[in-house]
Design a protein around this ligand. Structure first.
Ligand SMILES: C[S@@+](CC[C@H](N)C(=O)[O-])C[C@H]1O[C@@H](n2cnc3c(N)ncnc32)[C@H](O)[C@@H]1O
Length: 225
């Protein structure tokens, strides 16, 4: 751990976040990372997780994940995948699925992908097989010809919401893999990067997370727990 206290981390806008070196005596427990205790913890994590190793944080989050899963097609390296991943992290979803190219632009995720289970599927068939094996419904989110209304849809708590790409939207193959595709009338003029703002309130309701605050100006979500 070599991050000096005032260095701006990836995706961070403020020079100093977090806490400095922990005064001695150090707290004991397997969750603590000696390097963070020694050098300080400048990560953008909840105070509760200060000085915890990433593995310990992930293990703790695993105990309280929501059954919702989020997927996104990645054939053209959209820059906005990161913001979808970041929103998925705010909902502490069970997993995030990247369908298509393995590499995606992580900048917008602001390191949140470290705390999630991100699963890559090289093609739609592999993605569909993963969900079929587990009996989890695949629901597309796009305004295609066969779409029905997102606003009036009843979503199961355990499902995967599959998003399309910025330009092309969902591929035909992806649409076929879905049991249904839902469109929001209010989203028609909206680009993918803004979708999390619109989707957040219905997801909050679905997951019964009233303590999640949506900041509409920034498009950010903060878990107030
Ligand atoms: C900018 S859209 C591009 C494709 C879109 N079918 C169109 O008409 O332009 C990128 C993605 O945003 C989401 N999206 C856009 N409009 C939507 C809507 N009205 N309802 C649900 N999702 C939408 C979908 O996941 C879509 O694949």
């Amino acid at each position: 751990m070599t991050l000096p206290p005032a260095e701006i981390g990836p995706g961070e806008f403020y020079p100093v976040v977090g806490v400095g070196p922990h005064p001695k005596p150090w707290p004991t427990g397997e969750q603590y990372d000696p390097e963070l205790l020694e050098n300080g913890d400048r990560r953008n994590v909840l105070d509760h997780y200060r000085y915890w190793s990433v593995a310990a944080i992930v293990a703790d989050l695993d105990k309280k994940r929501n059954p919702l899963r989020i997927a996104i097609e990645n054939w053209q390296h959209d820059l906005n995948i990161g913001s979808i991943v970041r929103t998925a992290n705010a909902f502490n979803v069970a997993s995030v699925h990247i369908v298509g190219k393995r590499d995606w632009n992580r900048r917008g995720a602001m390191v949140t992908d470290k705390y999630l289970h991100v699963i890559h599927h090289p093609d739609v068939a592999d993605f569909k097989a993963w969900f079929d094996e587990r009996g989890i419904e695949i629901i597309g989110i796009d305004n295609v010809a066969s779409s029905t209304s997102l606003e009036s849809a009843k979503l199961p708590k355990e499902c995967v919401l599959l998003f399309g790409q910025e330009g092309a939207g969902m591929s035909d193959e992806a649409v076929k893999a879905c049991s249904r595709v839902l469109a929001n009338a209010a989203l028609n003029e909206v680009r993918l990067r803004l979708i999390h703002r619109w989707l957040s309130p219905p997801l909050q309701e679905l997951l019964q997370m009233p303590n999640l605050e949506v900041n509409r100006d920034q498009g950010l979500l903060e878990n107030l727990d």
